[in-house]
Design a protein around this ligand. Structure first.
Ligand SMILES: Nc1ncnc2c1ncn2[C@@H]1O[C@H](COP(=O)(O)OP(=O)(O)O[C@H]2O[C@H](CO)[C@@H](O)[C@H](O)[C@H]2O)[C@@H](O)[C@H]1O
Length: 231
């Protein structure tokens, strides 16, 4: 299977263009520096029924996620990108020890860490959630939308076992006229924009297709099919 994935990786690297996921030539693992801007590990201790208990936790950055629907072409919009956390999780399996050193890209091709996700991003600036969602729609997917077109769907928490980021899900309908850029992210971000017909996207939740994209993507899609395309 890994040989097949390796071949897929090579062919995938040869057909991507522009800001499609880039060719990853090396991956290695190491411990978390204390000054990480993105995650902060810690321990919560509490007494429950007179028993002292602990929870080892990771504080992560809160996020926004947008179910983006292009009404002009009846397509749902997704982003594809390499996620180090997913890559590490997939190739380390159930091993709870943090892997260290060089990853074997033949055995574990980089596309094992590629996700299909809804547009979204970190709440890492002093802006409203609506403004952050609006920015992500433009930066990642290339659509210029007014904040009024972002419908707040619900708030939830991502992962409750060890991390618990506050997430906010929005729904936004766009049309072709609002596509002002190709998207693909900013700075060194390498994000591929994928537009799927509704019925193709429905298969992702019907069959539980593995998108690596995490529960936010599945939950956003389930909401869409329940409230916007229920037949
Ligand atoms: N863990 C990480 N390590 C190093 N650099 C990182 C990083 N997370 C983000 N970045 C950097 O920040 C840039 C912008 O990220 P985004 O705003 O798109 O958030 P992202 O969805 O990646 O993850 C963020 O937003 C999601 C919600 O979508 C949160 O759940 C998640 O904790 C948060 O990191 C990335 O290109 C990367 O350079």
């Amino acid at each position: 299977m890994f040989k097949l994935l390796g071949a897929l990786h090579r062919s995938w690297c040869s057909w991507v263009a522009g800001k499609s996921p880039g060719c990853i030539s090396r991956i290695w693992f190491g411990p978390l520096p204390k000054d990480s801007k993105w995650v902060k590990p810690g321990r919560v201790t509490y007494i429950e029924d007179d028993v002292k208990k602990t929870a080892d936790i990771v504080k992560i950055v809160d996020g926004v996620v947008v179910v983006l629907f292009n009404k002009s072409r009846e397509k749902l919009i997704f982003v594809r990108q390499f996620r180090g956390s997913v890559y590490h999780g997939v190739c380390s399996g159930r091993n709870v020890v943090m892997s260290e050193g060089e990853a074997d890209l033949q055995q574990f091709p980089p596309e094992m860490g590629i996700t299909l996700e809804l547009c979204g991003g970190a709440v890492d600036k002093h802006k409203s959630l609506l403004e952050i969602a609006q920015e992500e729609v433009l930066e990642e997917c290339g659509y210029q939308v007014p904040t009024e077109s972002l419908q707040h769907v619900f708030d939830y928490r991502s992962g409750v076992g060890a991390s618990s980021g506050a997430m906010t899900l929005f729904y936004c309908e766009v049309c072709d006229e609002q596509k002002v850029a190709s998207g693909g992210g900013v700075d060194t971000e390498v994000i591929q924009v994928i537009e799927l017909p509704v019925e193709e996207a429905r298969k992702l939740v019907q069959t539980g297709a593995k998108t690596n994209g995490g529960p936010s993507c599945m939950m956003g899609l389930l909401w869409f099919f329940l409230h916007k395309a229920s037949n």
